[in-house]
Design a protein around this ligand. Sequence first.
Ligand SMILES: [Ca+2]
Length: 213
Amino acid sequence: MLCSSSASRVIYQPNESLTRQNPNGLWSFGFVQPDNHLSFELYKDYIPSVYGRFPYYDAFPGMAGVAAYGNVFSSEFNRMGVVFHNTNKDKFAKYGLDEYNLAPGQLLFHPGPNNTRACIRFTVPSADTYHIDAVFFTTAGPEIPGPSTDIHLSVNNVELRSLWLKRNIGRFAFDNIYLNEGDYLQFEIGYGEDKNYLYDGVQLNITITADTN
Ligand SMILES: [Ca+2]
């Protein structure tokens, strides 16, 4: 007997679900130490707009409406990296001479100076077959040194893939990967081959698709 079933697919994208909560449902924003994926710690703070609030970015009106997850209100603010989200619905956000140009809804992550990695964690909601597609890029202009970073994808404490991202585009694409409920899928960014975190902000678009049978 032939059976046909059409699995209904569910799509998860962090930039569509972000609010000030952390964790926000399946998505968590924090940091890890290099090559220790389970060292994850949540960022303590959320600010809805970095303009006027977040050190280094506070003088740039073009960053109004860009929210930040980080340890903003402690002495650790600059050491643990940061995740930005352009919450503006119809406005690009610009930083510096030409360092960031964030589309509406765009996410960006940035490592810390001591190679602490900024991390976006997805906690698997149910055992299923998943498809992962994540793209990483920079919009830094020619006057800007641009990023030199290392980007990683892990499941629990096992790394699946890493890449260098400089002035290029990177992508992780995994089809038909079976995951269990509660597994951690993590996207991490470190300070790269140059061992320097300056200009290391990288934009990312993550899409995780589940076959729900
Ligand atoms: Ca770097």
